[in-house]
Design a protein around this ligand. Structure first.
Ligand code: PLP
Ligand code: COI
Length: 366
């Protein structure tokens, strides 16, 4: 526990129970927000101070604030799950706290102490627990911690003041078609991140820069963009807001689960890291290495690359069913999630929902 005390300003007219039930019945993703939010301020003299739980609502931001001009902003994404006994737990929140610290460092921002990050989640859930969907289903409460440079001034330098916030949003399936395989566009016109850039930080600018490529993917009839390396445009990095996995199956039915190695320009996903452990425990060979688009197409054609899926907090595990690029396209699988994809998905979600033991201690009661 950190020593920072939170002040509480309860919402004067919180959503009715009927409204909460209506939202939880069909939450979508990122559309509805709970009654409250957390704000914590930083300046050099006081460090992190003035932690508050207050009604969710608009902020006052100076028009010359650093974030509006130079995008000094980072965020995290994690989920809280209702457990079968009615309690609430989140998945590896310490890993998100740690990653936010690394993102902060890259963007020249003061890291939020990890215990304060955890406390902010506990404080918000203590007042908005009724927004956590019922146990057992696909739904959860998506938690979005973020922070930005809030001081004013047009000189290009780190902000002198920062605001950390935590908002929460009930979440169902990220993709409207649920578990149906997505189609992907291999982007060569645009790259997401180059060596030495901000690719492994979770900063807002990375996502702003992805939008034109995502629009190009949509124009090509694809659901998502797949990013390739910035130099050769050949090595697979990741997909939209998710990491990618490739399942190779040999003649004896043994699986090798391959994911692109952390190149410095892709986001080190917490789901990625967890699935590597689960796949290893399931007896698969697990490999982090470079994988090229040529290998992807060739091995699918040869029948040895049997499944491809993407993973991340928001979208959990989503199969990739077809690939398109400038000059070609190919399909993977039969339009349903492959067996390794399905097995890893249920292994992961069972732990998250409290339906299976948690030998790694990944779930944090809140
Ligand atoms: N890659 C990108 C670009 C992301 O935005 C995310 C989502 O956070 C991921 C990968 C997956 O990371 P995680 O599993 O920690 O959610
Ligand atoms: C997440 O999975 O938490 C993400 O951040 C992906 C996307 C919503 C940005």
């Amino acid at each position: 526990m950190s020593s920072t005390a939170f002040s509480h300003l309860p919402h004067p007219s919180p959503a009715t129970d009927e409204r909460v039930a209506e939202v939880l019945a069909a939450p979508g993703f990122g559309k509805y927000f709970t009654d409250h939010m957390v704000t914590i301020s930083w300046d050099a003299a006081r460090g992190w101070h003035d932690a508050q739980v207050m009604p969710y609502g608009p902020l006052q931001v100076d028009p010359a604030s650093v974030v509006l001009h130079y995008s000094q902003s980072i965020f995290e994404g994690l989920k809280a799950y209702r457990q079968p006994d009615g309690s609430i737990a989140s998945f590896r929140p310490w890993a998100n706290a740690e990653r936010m610290g690394r993102s902060a460092e890259r963007l020249a921002m003061p890291p939020i102490p990890e215990d304060l990050f955890l406390d902010s989640i506990r404080e918000l859930l203590a007042v908005d627990a009724r927004w956590v969907p019922a146990a057992g289903g696909e739904e959860s409460l998506y938690l979005r911690p973020f922070m930005f440079g809030s001081s004013s001034g047009l000189g290009v330098r780190p902000s002198e003041e920062y605001l950390y916030l935590l908002i929460a949003s009930p979440a169902g399936a990220y993709f409207p078609r649920g578990l149906a395989p997505v189609s992907v566009w291999l982007s060569t016109d645009y790259v997401r991140a180059a060596p030495g850039g901000t690719g492994e930080a979770k900063c807002g600018g990375n996502y702003a820069a992805s939008l034109a490529a995502q629009a190009q993917a949509s124009a090509q009839g694809c659901d998502q963009v797949v990013w390739l390396d910035a130099i050769e445009h050949r090595w697979v990095e990741e997909m939209g807001g998710m990491n990618l996995f490739f399942v190779f199956t040999d003649a004896d039915g043994h699986h090798e689960v391959v994911t692109p190695e952390l190149s410095g320009s892709l986001l080190p996903g917490i789901t990625r890291r967890s699935l590597l452990d689960l796949a290893r425990e399931d007896g698969a060979t697990v490999t982090e290495r470079r994988i090229s688009t040529e290998e992807w197409e060739k091995e699918v054609a040869a029948g040895t690359l049997t499944e491809v899926f993407a993973c991340g907090t928001a979208a959990v595990i989503t199969p990739v069913g077809s690939v398109k690029y400038d000059g070609g396209s190919f399909e993977i699988g039969d339009g349903t999630p492959g067996p390794v994809t399905a097995r890893l998905r249920s292994r992961l979600t069972d732990i998250q929902r409290g339906a299976a033991p948690d030998p790694h201690g990944w779930m944090e009661r809140l």
